[in-house]
Design a protein around this ligand. Sequence first.
Ligand code: B12
Ligand code: SF4
Ligand code: SF4
Length: 407
Amino acid sequence: MSPSELTERLRSEAARLGFDAVGIAPAVAPGGHADFLRWLEAGHAAGMDYLRRQEPARAHPDAVLEGVRSVVMVSLVYGTNDRRPAQAEVAPTIGKVARYARRADYHRVLWDRLSLLLDWLQAERPGARGRAVTDTAPLLERDFARRAGLGWIGKNTMLIDRRLGSFTFLGALLTDVELEYDAPHTSSHCGTCTRCLDACPTDAFAAPFVLDSRKCISYWTIEHRGPIPDPEAGQLHGWVFGCDVCQDVCPWNRKAPSGRCPDLADSPEWLEPDLLRWLEDDESKWRTRLKGSAASRARRRGLLRNAALVLGTRAEPSAVGPLSARLDDPAEDPVVRGAAAWALARIGTGEAVDALVRHRDDPDPAVSGPARSAIAGLMQQDQGRGGEGPPDRNTGHPDREEPPNRP
Ligand code: B12
Ligand code: SF4
Ligand code: SF4
């Protein structure tokens, strides 16, 4: 069978397996590697040290599969293209989860299908070697997707397909089999539009096509381990895992189709998560919730940290009980306790201050720090009003109209 015939049959097989688009690129050095280097040098990778470590490997796909000749790029649409305003925009105890993480872990879904595609190829070409990857190997996936003709890289840095939009996952099958290559996508269809750059709530684009992860909500809520520092802690804009703003506003997503894969469809659990319930649920409920889910990357600890920060930023009084319970639990993760203290300081009701006063001498500085500064803030307010001094451990503190330390 000629490379051209084999390629056509491979395309049909990829479509049969449910991929929404497939394109094939030659296994050459990616054109975007120089941009990638500049991006790293500018510090835009934030704490993602693995990107720095794997930089040489991203210079050529040979590092992922020795002797590779073809890179088969696939894309898969996920979620529901529902443009109704999210509950989280109106209900203060509901958080926002990015569309890609509202059900199963996409790595598994794509990897399973790519492995079936490799099985098929090996049946056609016995002895063929291949490797399926999706975010699991040092490959500049968007660059190869563009090279394989799947779309252009938009100013928001997403790979955009005119028909499918950008709510797509990318995956790659690298193989040593020679195939017929697609023409690269060389044009851009962003034109003079700057909606994504203007809409980003944290102004995370250093320039068009260049994302500074140090300012990106997606980075902080998913990738960052440990406490989120100020001012980023107060700038999650309701997102507890990922962020979709720069895609939601993109005109190319307006008429894009919803995903066809049931494993990647929105589930109510992740579509409108009740953050108070998150704080109250025990370990076993969390184990069930996170099993096989995309959001498990942040683990219970990261998700509760994010939930506490969102509730604190919203100064949500109904969160004081659940947050105090996390703070008071000595077995709780220090990152969660620190975020709970930060949130209580923002809420600043009498009950919140009582909880902080209990922990002003906490051995963990992530807890005692916010506790002390909240108490100091209240003392200042009191003095400004001619009050009598710090809140008393026994008498508590009356509810206040404004929480302390509000930005
Ligand atoms: C690290 C990473 C992140 C980081 C950094 C994102 C970024 N923009 O660089 C963080 C954690 C912030 C992130 C967030 C998200 N991610 Co992410 N992420 C990755 C990962 C692992 C590597 C990306 C990377 O190398 N970044 C470094 C930059 C320099 O490379 P690049 O993004 O490919 O950018 C290209 C262009 O921007 C261009 N370029 C760079 N500088 C310049 C300058 C000029 C002037 C020009 C013209 C071009 C240009 O060259 C680059 C190389 O081709 C990829 C998987 C992979 N292995 O590729 C997934 C991946 C990019 N992420 C993905 C997704 C879904 C997301 C989120 C939507 C998740 C969410 N909802 O929260 C957000 C989107 C945020 C955004 N606008 O990018 C998908 C994107 C699918 C698509 N259709 O594009 C990928 C491909 C994973 C996958 N297999 O599906 N992600
Ligand atoms: S994911 Fe959110 S925070 Fe990050 S660049 Fe896009 S809009 Fe900005
Ligand atoms: S919002 Fe506009 S500028 Fe941004 S990626 Fe979409 S079309 Fe391009």
